[in-house]
Design a binder for this molecule. Structure first.
Ligand SMILES: [Cu+2]
Length: 196
């Protein structure tokens, strides 16, 4: 290829960007994006244990760093308490729909794009076993990413797994309980995805 010399740095910068994007897109949902980790302790209906919300990279639109993260829990969730995270402040609020939200805001410069963020939470789990979700809004100087796309089979227009999957957690029945499983259908946001 015969590139004018002054365009070579731009070419390599663009190529580098493509490599980063390709790496992100080819990652499995289990080790990319916004995810919930239970750290070896099962979530049991009506009981209290830990959850870590992990935001594994910055916003994909501008390839820039995170400044704020908000997690939205539906009405079935019991109390959620954020632990202190160095460099971040957190605010919890009850929502009119009976749910709750926790917002973390960075105190200094944005979290670098490639550096994951870990938000530990203590959760009083929903009273019924089932699958529950945390809708997550990630804010960066370039824009926002909503992590709220349900897992569905691929269609002509949409891949599976989705590019901005909804973080979900399996809550188990208490031992000896005859509770039927329920599924938490959080209302999806009307906001546009910034997408991968
Ligand atoms: Cu991702």
């Amino acid at each position: 290829m015969n590139l004018p010399s002054r365009s070579i740095p731009t070419f390599w910068a663009a190529l580098g960007g493509l490599v980063i994007i390709s790496a992100l897109l080819s990652s499995s949902p289990a080790n990319a994006h916004a995810i919930i980790e239970l750290n070896g302790v099962a979530a049991v209906a009506g009981q209290t244990s830990g959850l870590t919300l992990e935001i594994q990279h910055g916003c994909l639109t501008g390839q820039d760093g995170t400044t704020q993260v908000t997690a939205f829990a539906g009405k079935p969730w019991g109390a959620i308490k954020p632990a202190a995270v160095s460099g971040w402040t957190s605010v919890s609020a009850r929502l009119a729909n009976g749910g709750q939200q926790i917002t973390w805001t960075i105190q200094g410069a944005p979290q670098p794009f490639v550096k994951p963020i870990f938000f530990p939470l203590t959760v009083n789990w929903p009273k019924s076993a089932g699958i529950y979700s945390l809708r997550v809004l990630q804010v960066c100087p370039s824009g926002v990413t909503w992590w709220d796309t349900p897992f569905t089979p691929a269609t002509a227009a949409a891949p599976s797994p989705p590019l901005t999957p909804l973080p979900q957690v399996q809550v188990l029945a208490r031992p000896g309980s005859t509770d039927a499983q329920t599924t938490d259908h959080d209302p999806t946001s009307g906001a546009a995805h910034s997408g991968h």
